[in-house]
Ligand binder design. Structure first.
Ligand SMILES: *[C@@H]1O[C@H](CO)[C@@H](O)[C@H](O)[C@H]1NC(C)=O
Ligand SMILES: *[C@@H]1O[C@H](CO)[C@@H](O)[C@H](O)[C@H]1NC(C)=O
Length: 481
């Protein structure tokens, strides 16, 4: 029945493709075993501290000793002096999650004892060494309705294989009492308390920390990035993979992106702690969002021409290429308005990241009344390549523009040889537009990182349809307040 249902649902192939497509992430975060080991180190240090704070209740009861009678005992002021977790490891459980196995943990406690037998009362203190403690924790990672990561303890078990007690004074029978009556109760109590602490640490430390991942990051006045999880994280034998939406959106009006994210074929690299796969979808939604936000418009006026460039942006300069301007608008200042008629679309392949943007250049004469007289509209295309890097947790880039090609789309001043404008337009593009664009790209766009993470040892590689960034991670603990 299920197979038939599927066949019916997939009868329309397009629908199946759309469903398959909907789950592709635009951005993938891969945490390798090296990354898990690093996170694990910090997590164990936190857990060790929390366990040392463990509060244990008093234990009291009656115990019947043959030929002697009933002993009333009470163990109080149990104080955990330390809890050490010297050996532990974290491992990936494919399709399930993570497992933390702690072995040979040990703890030191002290406390007071009090006994009453017939009319005899006595009391004193004792030390306890709890040894060979094994703790196994299964963590389940997920995502909530807002696409934030979640972490929960799926399972926890603690086994204590050795408890050594030392009573002050010489009361042989106390050891007997302890072994037979108190130790089993103490062991049960400690075992369940350890798992309670584990569960509460996951809830109160790990979960809130994971939730510092900014799933929607506002990046400037125009756009934001949606880094929400598209599915719960998946554990494989080698890594923990987190699929994120990886989509830029216009803050003013978010609209559906008209192209789908493609599947990313991650290489098996694993020597860095974390890898980021930024798909061409991710970058193309950036172009789409900024275009939708009306941000891909740029005006060039005479005042922007850098020092050292020997001409002004006016009709006197341009009449060398468009002779009729001299008569129609003698020595009149000009303005160029650059805009993208459509969102730029880039491609990523093993050779790098490249795009061939189309830019409209509308030239105006600025009349004495300061109104604008349209002169001509040029279409500019060029091959642009990009260099990408990571700086302060941001993807940064800089563009390099190749030879530009111009075409005349419309003229209000009659025809002219467009080709002759190539070199002057090259100057505008390379010395005015590009430096400003690159200054913005140099500020970059934030990577999806939870709080207090720094990246180092950056690796940048291009693959078919995505950019692979590798890095090692450093966690900056919060300083003293
Ligand atoms: C126009 O540009 C020419 C040459 O670049 C310059 O000599 C002239 O002074 C400029 N005119 C105005 C009004 O700026
Ligand atoms: C861009 O590069 C392609 C292939 O290398 C070439 O065919 C095309 O003419 C170039 N376009 C421009 C505007 O230089």
């Amino acid at each position: 029945m299920a197979a038939r249902g599927l066949a019916v649902a997939c009868g329309a192939l397009a629908l199946c493709l759309a469903l398959a497509r909907a789950t592709n992430p635009g951005f993938v975060v891969r945490i390798t075993q090296a990354g898990l080991d690093y996170a694990h180190q910090h997590a164990i240090a936190v857990l060790e501290k929390e366990l040392a704070q463990l509060k244990l209740p008093d234990i009291s009861g009656d115990f019947r000793i043959r030929h002697v009678g009933k002993v009333r005992y009470e163990i109080s002021r149990l104080d955990l002096r330390s809890f050490h977790l010297p050996y532990s490891r974290i491992s990936l459980v494919p399709n399930v999650g993570l497992q933390v196995a702690i072995s040979n943990a040990f703890a030191e406690l002290d406390g007071n004892w009090r006994v009453k037998l017939h009319f005899i009362r006595d009391h004193g203190s004792f030390d306890l060494n709890v040894e060979n403690v094994y703790i196994k924790i299964n963590l389940k990672l997920g995502s909530d309705a807002a696409g934030k990561p979640t972490a929960d303890t799926a399972d926890c078990s603690t086994r204590i294989s050795k408890v050594r007690v030392h009573f002050s004074g010489k009361f042989g029978w106390l050891y007997n009492l302890f072994d037979r009556a108190i130790e089993p109760r103490f062991r049960d109590m400690l075992q369940s308390k350890v798992c309670e602490i584990v569960a509460s640490s996951v809830r109160s430390e790990l979960q809130p920390y994971l939730r510092t991942l900014p799933v929607t990051a506002r990046i400037d006045a125009k756009a934001g990035i949606d880094y929400s999880l598209v599915a719960p994280p998946t554990a494989t034998a080698q890594s923990l993979d987190v699929g994120l939406k990886g989509e830029f959106f216009s803050l003013a009006h978010r609209s559906a992106v008209p192209f789908p994210p493609l599947a990313l074929a991650f290489p098996p690299d694993h020597d860095r702690m974390v890898y980021f796969g930024a798909s061409s979808y991710f970058f193309n939604t950036a172009g789409f969002a900024y275009h939708a936000a009306g941000a891909l418009v740029f005006e060039i006026t005479d005042s922007m021409i850098p020092k050292g460039v020997e001409f002004h942006l006016n009709t006197t300069t341009f009449s060398a290429f468009v002779p009729q301007l001299e008569k129609m608008y003698p020595d009149t200042p000009m303005k160029l308005r650059l805009s993208a008629p459509s969102a730029p679309f880039l491609t990523i392949g093993p050779g790098g990241l490249s795009l061939t943007p189309v830019v409209d250049i509308q030239a105006y004469a600025i009349l004495p009344s300061s109104s604008l007289a349209p002169l001509f509209l040029l279409g500019l295309t060029s091959n642009v390549s990009a260099v990408v890097d990571v700086k302060s947790g941001h993807i940064v880039g800089s563009l390099k523009v190749g030879r530009i090609k111009l075409s005349l789309k419309h003229s209000d001043v009659g025809t002219f040889q467009v080709r002759t404008l190539q070199s002057i337009m090259n100057i505008f593009a390379s010395s005015i537009l590009l430096p400003r664009l690159n200054a913005r790209l140099d500020q970059g766009f934030p990577l999806p990182l939870p709080d207090r993470i720094q990246l180092s040892n950056i690796l940048v590689r291009f693959h078919q349809n995505f950019l692979l960034l590798g890095a090692d991670v450093q966690y900056q603990p919060r300083g003293p307040r």
